[in-house]
Design a protein around this ligand. Sequence first.
Ligand code: ADP
Ligand code: MG
Length: 255
Amino acid sequence: MMAEPQRVIFNNVSKRYPGGVNAVDGVSLEIAGGSFVALVGASGSGKSTLLKTVNRLVEPSGGDVRIGDARVDAVPAPALRRRIGYVFQNVGLFPHMTVGENVAIGLKLAGARDTAGRVAELLALVELDPALATRMPDALSGGQRQRVGVARALATEPGLMLMDEPFGALDPVTRDGLGKAIRALHDRMGLTTILVTHDMAEALLLADRVLVMAAGRVVADAAPRDLLAGRGGAVADALVAVPREQARRLAALGE
Ligand code: ADP
Ligand code: MG
């Protein structure tokens, strides 16, 4: 199972909600196919809005978004979304459908009939026991539910994964395990991944490139190594200072 990694281009993208602020304010950047990019910033800085312009849950007020060479609005939204995996906090599994039915929903919409084998394969991919396919979502732990959400997002073999705080409601150990699993899937399946998180440590540990947003703009764009070396500017420095200071205090405790 190997999809074509997709390049994403934001060309002067803006979004002003009716009666509201400039949630996204003139963002231009290119995300290389195959890269794992983290989008970090304070609550309200525009991360989710920018991410949703890619799968058209948000229509930009200005500018355009491309995947490869094609504008995202060149095809109907449902066709676009079949090529893009989307995982968000509290995944939104359908509560009245089994785990297996939830995972298979994209396959069914695309016309597949016998999906049992594929569902088992997808559950194994996210390190879940395929026997869980017959359970209902409320009979799973939060971490298991998020893994089901990832399996569902991967079902149609998208080349692009969008993740909006997918670990938000999880305990730290589960969160760390799922983060590593997602990075491994990214590498193994040749995905392009854009991960929204407010956790700078998570961004530094998982991503190849970190974009920092503030007030709708991208104010830093650097590799983790460069951010840690203080080359990301003031806003990025303030965010990096938190995990750095925690690491220092922990190291001191252990001495
Ligand atoms: P983040 O994901 O970084 O927390 P958002 O993209 O959700 O930020 O929000 C950016 C700004 O846009 C915030 O000021 C938020 O209140 C506003 N906003 C987000 N969604 C809507 C909406 N549907 N209608 C009006 N304003 C919105
Ligand atoms: Mg958000």
